[in-house]
Write a protein that binds this ligand. Structure first.
Ligand code: PLP
Length: 371
């Protein structure tokens, strides 16, 4: 696997440009979407990024050891009372999502010190995390009296930014504008990668860039303006020639022509999903289902043949000619020649899931920047 830090930085610059006048934060949860939180965060910091979001406290602690000066927000809130002092010591800013988060942050880990920095998450219709409108109003009133919390940021999350024309986007924006007004001292944040491309009022003070940084398509059905960051490749372990009527892999899918197979050292244990199999997978036998993923080798696309297994995947390389593929060659699974969103679609999923499922057996090369 090759991770191109210069492409990552180019993507950050493009998103920061599109975010203006808002600042652009980087979302580096789940080990920076599987790419490696340390090298990714260092490269983004060097490119001028100062605000970072993670999901879990442990990710925040890791990031703090990498970037002593960054503003680090933790999406999933406080994890019980013991976590509060760890947050304070590491200067992690919890995103308060519920009354329980608020009560903990008001009462624990702070020896009478005031006020406590935090972000407030208000729900605007996604019904995942976040305070209801009533809770947000009550909090704003209470806090105006006690001043216990110092909400640096009010945020909400959009449910449909990959579909710019979806009516939900504007409804959520209007709801957010009403709620963020309850906290006039705080900055505001609404847009994820797709939200940045909605532009205008969606940008607020701070955008939260995730998938687009890593090369994923921020908006469905449009050309992807981002540069690919990850190239995943597998080695050809064996080349076989079989006759029409013979079968391949688990489930014994029959081939209908004389076929040259490149057997490659990658499988679902590496996050190359079984649902991207070429044929014979019940998941995709429904009419109109996708036909499986393809790889890219020696200038051509070649389809996955039969079922993807734990450690091995078969590609049909017949169309390249008799001696085109040799043991030791590399096939691109996704990268500049094989867009990650296409592979994800073939597997019935999204680029986010492909990236965060990448297995530990890949050798990782970071290029285009210091690690
Ligand atoms: C993951 C996440 C993001 C980043 O979203 P992308 O679509 O990857 O840009 C932003 N905000 C919240 C609350 C998230 O959970």
């Amino acid at each position: 696997m090759t991770i191109d830090l210069s492409a990552l930085v180019a993507n950050y610059r493009l998103l920061a440009e599109r975010s203006r006048p808002a600042k652009a934060a980087a979302v580096v949860k789940a080990d920076a979407y599987g790419l490696g939180i340390e090298p990714v965060s260092r490269a983004l910091w060097a490119a001028g990024c100062r605000h970072f979001f993670v999901a879990m406290p442990q990710e925040g602690l890791t990031l703090r050891s990498v970037l002593p000066e960054a503003h680090i927000f933790v999406f999933n809130g406080l994890f019980g009372t013991e976590a509060a002092s760890a947050y304070r010591e590491a200067r992690l800013i919890p995103v308060l999502n519920s009354q329980s988060d608020i009560s903990i942050w008001e009462a624990h880990g702070w020896d009478g010190e005031q006020p406590r920095p935090c972000a407030i998450h208000v729900d605007t219709g996604m019904n995942r995390l976040g305070l209801t409108a009533e809770r947000a109003k009550a909090l704003a009133e209470d806090n105006a009296l006690t001043g216990a919390l110092s909400p640096l940021l009010v945020l909400s999350h959009l449910a449909c930014t990959d579909q710019p024309d979806h009516a939900m986007n504007r409804r959520q924006l209007e709801s957010f504008q009403a709620l963020r007004a309850l906290f006039p001292q705080s900055e505001s944040s609404l847009a994820n990668s797709g939200g940045i491309f909605l532009g205008g009022d969606f940008l607020c003070d701070l955008t939260r860039c995730g998938i687009a940084l890593y090369g994923g398509r921020p908006v469905s059905g449009k050309p992807n303006p981002m540069r690919p960051v990850v190239t995943a490749e597998a080695r050809v372990a064996q080349v076989r020639r079989i006759a029409a009527g013979e079968a391949v892999s688990y489930g014994a899918t029959e081939v209908t022509r004389d076929t040259i197979i490149a057997v490659c050292s990658v499988g679902y244990a590496d996050g190359y999903p079984r649902s991207a199999s070429g044929a014979g997978v019940p998941l995709r036998q429904a009419p109109g289902a996708h036909s499986g993923a393809a790889g890219f080798i020696h200038g051509r696309r070649v389809p996955v043949l039969g079922r993807i297994t734990m450690d091995l995947t078969l590609f049909d390389v017949t169309d390249l000619g008799p001696d085109a593929v040799a043991v030791g060659d590399h096939i691109e699974l996704f990268g500049p020649n094989m867009p990650i969103d296409e592979v994800a679609e073939a597997a019935g999923t999204i680029s986010y899931e492909l990236l965060t499922s990448l297995g530990r057996r890949y050798h990782r090369d970071y290029v285009g920047g210091e690690v």
